[in-house]
Design a binder for this molecule. Structure first.
Ligand SMILES: [Zn+2]
Length: 319
């Protein structure tokens, strides 16, 4: 097992304290040693958000076409997000993975090929998880977070147990932008605000491969600010570790892609997520989204530690 040695200092930009931008309300450092699970869907064990706090997450990328527009919108609001990247998307565009990391966002994994782990043999699930982490880490050329999101939000007991054994935290979601169901940015914004009006806080799910989100993200961030929502940035206490066998596989895959790109420079831009199923081609299936009424409860609420309650600027930027 190779352990990344670099530390994870949370990057704090001075502009984050400006009153006219979202900035950052606080940074939560997540200890992943016991493989905690967060978010309502799939049912998480811990809830670390207080009223009007949100975490921004972007899945399935990176995307040459859309990720940079999202990074620019986040920068304009001097705020940070977490990107759950698909291994083979990362392998196809390592420069974009590095750019996401360089701009201070948390880089995390979302399997190698966006496989649905529910019902998958545990050995295959392990391959998907490990090659995902190895490929994203290789592309990032630096430490990534031991944070994971299940594709389609579909879990299995065996894969949950495996992630816990590897000290990986799983992040579900609380609010679904449903950006994969529309090309209309206004609809994405309305979806987010309507769900937040009910939940008042939560982990927000977007996809940085979706044009609707790329077009709407500036408006959405403006609206979050106008409605008084505060951004919480999640960072890991320690970086993800990767397994040597999977690092080798990831390196082999990366070398193949370099050869293919040299022969056909446009090849690496044409990676398109295969269409699965019908309406939710590239998105997630939310067990609770199809229900009406009551939200699922988080089974255990973790009390905030003192440092979590203190706004980041009191922690790091005291004059
Ligand atoms: Zn996904």
């Amino acid at each position: 097992m190779s352990a990344a040695r670099a530390q994870f200092p949370a990057r704090v930009d001075k502009c984050a304290s400006r009153s006219d931008v979202l900035g950052l309300s606080r940074i939560v450092e997540v200890d992943t040693a016991k493989g905690p699970m967060f978010g309502h869907s799939p049912a998480g064990e811990y809830n670390f958000l207080t009223d009007h706090e949100v975490v921004l997450t972007f899945d399935d990328g990176p995307s040459r076409s859309h990720t940079r527009a999202i990074l620019d919108a986040l920068d304009a609001h001097c705020t940070k997000a977490t990107f759950f990247m698909v291994g083979r998307m990362a392998a196809a565009d390592p420069a974009m993975v590095r750019e996401v990391a360089r701009r201070g966002h948390t880089v995390a994994a979302h399997t190698w090929s966006h496989a649905r782990l529910q019902g998958l043999d545990i050995d295959k699930a392990k391959d998907e998880i490990e090659l995902g982490f190895s490929a994203v880490a290789l592309a990032a050329d630096g430490p990534i977070a031991p944070f994971f999101r299940f594709p389609y939000l579909r879990t299995s007991k065996a894969s949950i147990a495996y992630l816990k054994s590897r000290h990986v935290a799983s992040f579900g979601i609380d609010v679904d932008s449903r950006d994969f169901k529309t090309r209309d940015g206004a609809t994405v914004k309305a979806n987010v605000l309507a769900q937040l009006a009910v939940r008042h806080k939560g982990i927000l799910l977007f996809h940085d491969i979706q044009p609707s989100t790329a077009h709407a993200i500036k408006d959405i961030l403006d609206a979050l600010k106008a409605h008084g929502y505060k951004i919480v940035h999640i960072v890991p206490k320690t970086p993800a570790t990767t397994l040597a066998d999977y690092d080798t596989l990831a390196e082999r895959e990366s070398a193949h892609r370099k050869v293919a790109t040299a022969k056909n420079p446009l090849a690496s831009r044409s990676v398109v997520w295969p269409q699965k199923g019908s309406a939710n081609a590239s998105g997630e299936v939310l067990p609770w989204a199809s229900r009406t009424g009551t939200a699922q409860r988080v089974t255990k609420a973790k009390a905030l530690t003192k440092s979590e309650r203190v706004p980041w600027y009191e922690q790091w930027l005291q004059p």
